[in-house]
Ligand binder design. Sequence first.
Ligand code: GLN
Length: 488
Amino acid sequence: MLRQLTISELTGRLARRECSARDALRSCLDHLAQVDGQVKAFLSHDAADALAQAEAADRDLAAGVTPAEKPLLGVPIALKDVLCHRGQPLNCSSKILGQFVSPYDATVVERLKAAGAVVFGRLNMDEFAMGSSTENSAFWTTLNPWDTSRIPGGSSGGCAASVAASECFASIGSDTGGSIRQPASLCGIVGVKPTYGLVSRYGLVAFASSLDQIGPFTKDVRDSATILQAIAGHDRRDSTSVPQPVPDYAKALTGDLRGLRIGIVKEFNIGGLDPEVDAAVKLAVKQLETLGAEIVEVSLPHSDYAAATYYIIAPAEASANLARFDGIRYCARVDGRDPAELNSRTRGAGFGAEVKRRVILGTYVLSSGYYDAFYLRAQKVRTLIRNDFLKAFEQVDAIVSPTAPTAAFKVGEKSGDPLQMYLSDIFTISCNLAGICGISVPCGFTKSPKLPIGLQVLGKPFGEETMFRVAHAYEQSTDWHRERSPLA
Ligand code: GLN
């Protein structure tokens, strides 16, 4: 089935003229029409605009444009509702943005288009990327294509579900504390959080600016490497983007792990880790050893503090970033007698409960009298956490762990208990605090019901090549990535 192919398979067929970009897009849109009523991954999509892009791709193909020139030529790729796509709605799955339409393309969208991709659709998420299940979307909850009584993870739940349901060949999301890796894990696909500074965030609505990164969701590791290749690299419009050359990621996919040292984390043996997840990850570690890697135990002594640190720093930054949604410059305005009342009515009506919780928390930890006790202390612990990783990476080339402590949970199971929800990110959060890179690859299934389990591979800052090498060698030695969800 065309829609179930990987990007590399699709671009091969397109280059051999065995199908057209139009066919590829149609296969996605037809399937979307069939299954999205159950998955609810898309908030909207502009079929006419997508078709025009696919037709342009077909003209390029007819003119002999090669994959070397445009590596994503004719590949339908969808976007999380947090990235600017010119002329398309942008809501961050919030009510507060009203009828907002993006006036420009995010840098990643520009680069995807330059690589020939057909960029379409707005994918559901937790409001302003705050959450781990998409239940915080102001519109609706996206459902897991493996079992629609369960959540797809979050905050980029729509991104993961749409790829797992073959409604697009890949999607682009953002990861502040796990929002790419955790949903990828729960939906049985690959998701990458690049090193802080590798991908420009120009045109990404900011949640926590010192943590946010943009990355791909794909069906296999090679496809993720292809997309990262296209979107990574310096952009002067994002001052945090690092001016250094991007290596050739495809070259890193050697299938060979000999000579590599891979760390497992002593402190990650936590309570609350599902036994089936634990068993699948332990088997994956054995497999890495079989492939030639040396397994070494490393210590990240401050990991216990990662969640607490994150839930001070991320809300603090969010409270500042979200101040711009004031009802004056944009937003679905609710009028008041004076600007202060207008502001508070607009924000009161427009923001959901979780966003309000974070803004209040963030404002509190930044206020005088509490700044030193909470925010400053969290910043210091963040440095300790980063130093833990840098020290561990003196001993090993990569670190592996579960991506999430459990497989996909039921809708409603954790939505009443923010602390339980926050624990979904226990293995992913420290990667963002440390600014390093991470990927989730499928590494098995729970028995009954059959739900995907993910293996996280963490790499050094700008260590994407080794991260991809490990994930790819593991993936290619197993069949997990070939499994497709019942709705694919
Ligand atoms: N689940 C985490 C949170 O709620 C991480 C979200 C994210 O990475 N955007 O903040």
